[in-house]
Design a protein around this ligand. Sequence first.
Ligand SMILES: Nc1ncnc2c1ncn2[C@@H]1O[C@H](COP(=O)(O)OP(=O)(O)O)[C@@H](O)[C@H]1O
Ligand SMILES: [Mg+2]
Length: 263
Amino acid sequence: MSTASPDCSAFRSMHSAISVKNISKYYGALQALDDVSLTIEPGEFFGLLGPNGAGKTTLISILAGLVKADKGHAAILGSDVQSAFREARRMLGVVPQELVFDPFFTVRETLRFQSGYFGIRHNDAWIDEIMANLDLTSKADSNMRALSGGMKRRVLVAQALVHRPPVIILDEPTAGVDVELRQSLWQFISRLNQDGHTIVLTTHYLEEAEALCQRIAMLKQGKIVALDTTANLLTRYGSNKKDGDGKTDLEEVFVNIMSGDIR
Ligand SMILES: Nc1ncnc2c1ncn2[C@@H]1O[C@H](COP(=O)(O)OP(=O)(O)O)[C@@H](O)[C@H]1O
Ligand SMILES: [Mg+2]
């Protein structure tokens, strides 16, 4: 399916997909983000990694306009997430970490409601296409509360795509999801990326990040402690210990970076 909206190409050459400049965020005395700067270009498949509590979801919530940064600026395709909230939000699809739904809505109603939120009417053809691609068609008229966790996860992905956003952020979309769904989800997201969508992925499955992401930022206690191409991270921080396929793996890199204060 061709999901790249005209917005994708129109903004492509002019702006970064995501621009984060000197963002800090406090929750009371706790500093969740500490002077984070990051630029992601259109078309990238970008990984945002870090242990629990590192600040990944906080950063994503700031980009989605759900949480206000105490310092710094962030923009989606050139639109500031605060001063141009509506434009920024329209460019962005977020698959949230938490499963939150109205249990009384069916899958189709949930997706229609989300379309309405973006002021899009008569979106059923697109909704049908998304459901088909996520194997949700047979559940279209089921209530959300009747779905398994994996199916709910698919609806979250579908919800993020309803307004055809050029930039898509997935916050641990495969947490607690079976292997089969994980694989079909990755195939689908890879295809969206090939169609021109910018993808930002947060995951604890580092082999997935290694296989999918071109560049990776690692967050630790609210700070970026590594930011490079996946290939460079593997050469710089791996032990060069060969495993089966002759590669050091990202898990080892992650442990090395998180345990030391190397940059
Ligand atoms: N609404 C909130 N109120 C207070 N503290 C929060 C809130 N949201 C997150 N935190 C804290 O901020 C830090 C970063 O959390 P989060 O962004 O969820 O990290 P991650 O997604 O990387 O696991 C954690 O210490 C977390 O407990
Ligand atoms: Mg999180």
